[in-house]
Ligand binder design. Structure first.
Ligand code: BGC
Length: 415
């Protein structure tokens, strides 16, 4: 009798799923590391609870360079996924091409205009209409450190890039790798922009947002390149091509002292069962404590066919903004919720510091878009900067003056 009741319930559930018009969403993303996969799985679970089918389209590769290439070929062949992890000005580029779906109804119901900070909602709109849903806000200018390695080396956490060099020398002398780094263009650019940020928010803005030729050619920029090249003395010999999460694991394991990386690195510490303030510590990147380089992850929605799939896509957008998803996703991901006024209770000290800094920097003009993570300029300009930065880092004979000249030329040619 019990068996029959159970199977009747199963039939009822499947009928109700069918009548609620279950659809399918294919979602393109590059969240494949431990912390990242745990985060995106939260969304998959929520969609499946609503009766929809989640088709995972993961393309590995930090910062999404490979994912963007795959997305272009799928879109050109007329078969884009329902949702794709796209950020910043790139959302506008896809919107201009007419590929994106309108999410205004869901946004109105969920009051997105009032629950999102303006810097976030502006990025999610194309010509005034919502076309993407934000999952988080990452802070990029972070330094992650293993306190035990610092203690054994007699070194202190550096609060300027000048001090970074002094402390890194001590760490190297004690037999540890001072800087965990992966030699990939986007990781080089992440380090480079953190060094540039120490010159101040005006310098950073003029260089990477306004793309001012004077700033790109300035003595300060020469200095930034010099410091950047100097940091290469503190990475290990195996750094070339290394993935960012492998670099994070060097800090987790105590082989390396620190990593300059956005707070997705915290997702790796969390996935490894490590606790902030005990097993690892987070500090703003040297000389940048009152500044915040932001990187907002979002799923842009592409036009899809079929009413069930369209309904599934709208549900996906709705779920992303719900507090339940925003909390669990961001606890795993290392970022902070995109949504305002969420409870802080379950978040750790690094997240609290990020939340405070996000609010404080928004009123001082020190909240700046990350160039390395596609928030500041078009994908063409970003690519041009990546090329110069990474070539310089790996070319011993190129001088900082030559790099500055190449940078200014490359930016101009890509505008
Ligand atoms: C993305 C993060 C991601 C990181 C490493 C960044 O550009 O915004 O979500 O974890 O790249 O892949």
């Amino acid at each position: 009798m019990k068996k029959l009741a159970l199977s009747l319930t199963a039939v009822a559930i499947s009928i109700s799923a069918a009548t609620t018009h279950a659809g399918e969403v294919e979602v393109l993303h590059w969240w494949t590391s431990g912390g990242e996969a745990a985060s995106i799985n939260v969304l998959k679970g929520l969609m499946e609870e609503e009766g929809h089918t989640w088709k995972d389209f993961a393309v590995a590769g930090g910062a999404g360079e490979s994912a963007m290439t795959v997305l272009k070929s799928r879109a050109i062949s007329g078969n884009p996924p329902a949702g794709a992890q796209i950020k910043g000005p790139t959302i506008q580029e896809w919107g201009d091409l007419g590929f994106l779906s309108n999410l205004d109804d869901v946004a109105k119901q969920g009051e997105w205009d009032s629950v999102l900070p303006q810097v976030v909602s502006n990025t999610m709109k194309h010509e005034g209409h919502y076309v993407a849903a934000p999952v988080n806000v990452h802070r990029v200018n972070w330094l992650w450190a293993n306190p035990e390695v610092f203690r054994k080396s007699g070194a202190s956490i550096p609060s300027t890039w000048k001090q970074f060099i002094t402390e890194a020398d001590k760490i190297k002398a004690a037999g540890f790798t001072p800087l965990a780094h992966g030699g990939q263009a986007w990781q080089d650019a992440t380090l480079f922009e953190a060094i540039a940020l120490e010159k101040g928010s005006e310098f950073y803005y003029n260089a990477f947002v306004a793309l001012s030729d004077d700033t790109l050619r300035s003595d300060d920029m020469v200095d930034v390149f010099r410091t950047f090249k100097k940091t290469r003395d503190y990475v290990d010999t195996g750094f070339s091509g290394r993935d960012w999460n492998i670099a994070t694991s060097m800090v987790i394991n105590g082989d390396a002292a620190m990593q300059i990386m956005g707070d997705w690195a915290k997702g790796e510490f969390t996935a490894a069962g490590k606790k902030a303030g005990i097993d690892y510590v987070c500090f703003p990147a040297p000389g940048t404590s009152d500044m915040f380089t932001f990187n907002i992850d979002s799923l842009a929605m592409f036009k899809v066919k079929g009413t069930d799939n369209q309904k599934a896509q709208q549900d996906l957008a709705r779920l992303i903004l719900e507090p339940e998803f925003q909390e669990t996703f961001n606890l795993n991901k290392g970022s902070i919720p995109a949504r305002l006024n969420m409870s802080r209770e379950k978040f750790d000290s690094c997240a609290h510091s990020s939340m405070d800094s996000f609010l404080a920097s928004s009123s001082t003009g020190n909240l700046l878009p990350s160039m390395a993570h596609g928030m500041a300029a078009s994908s063409m300009v970003q690519g041009a900067i990546y090329d110069v930065v990474t070539n310089y880092f790996n070319n011993e004979s190129m001088t900082a003056e030559e790099a500055v000249d190449k940078l200014a030329r490359a930016v101009k040619a890509s505008m």
